[in-house]
Design a protein. Structure first.
Length: 129
């Protein structure tokens, strides 16, 4: 069996055993894995919160509800410190002063590492560095 056929076979097997669950509220998915529940107004989003040995890993989508609010919610859910925030921070197009304020908020919330992605913007990536 070639690699493509093996991959298709694996995907068919996974699909036959998997199921989707639509969530709108905070939920513990498994031990140490939580959703924030729907956050925001207009565009509602959820983020994933993983409790790791080093601290929380917060995974955002585009962070339309506000990345600082998402981090605060993750800390509220778990009572733990944040090791890493990764994902879109929704800061593209913001001015430097506004982004600097968010960088300060991250520091005040105790965030140790960041990995801004797709909608964070080049300026935000530079300022977080």
């Amino acid at each position: 069996m070639n690699d493509y056929a093996a991959l298709v076979s694996l995907l068919v097997e996974i699909e036959s055993r998997a199921y989707g669950v639509e969530l709108d509220r905070l939920l513990q998915i498994a031990s140490g894995i939580h959703t924030t529940g729907e956050m925001g107004r207009g565009i509602l989003e959820q983020s994933l919160v993983i409790v790791a040995e080093q601290g929380l890993v917060v995974i955002t989508g585009c962070a339309h509800p506000g990345v600082v609010d998402i981090i605060a919610k993750a800390k509220e859910i778990t009572g733990r410190e944040v090791c890493l925030v990764v994902g879109g921070f929704h800061l593209a197009g913001m001015d430097e002063a506004a982004i600097q304020e968010i960088v300060r908020d991250f520091r005040e919330l105790g965030v140790r590492r960041v990995a801004p992605c797709h909608c964070s913007g080049d300026l935000a990536c530079r300022l977080f560095r």
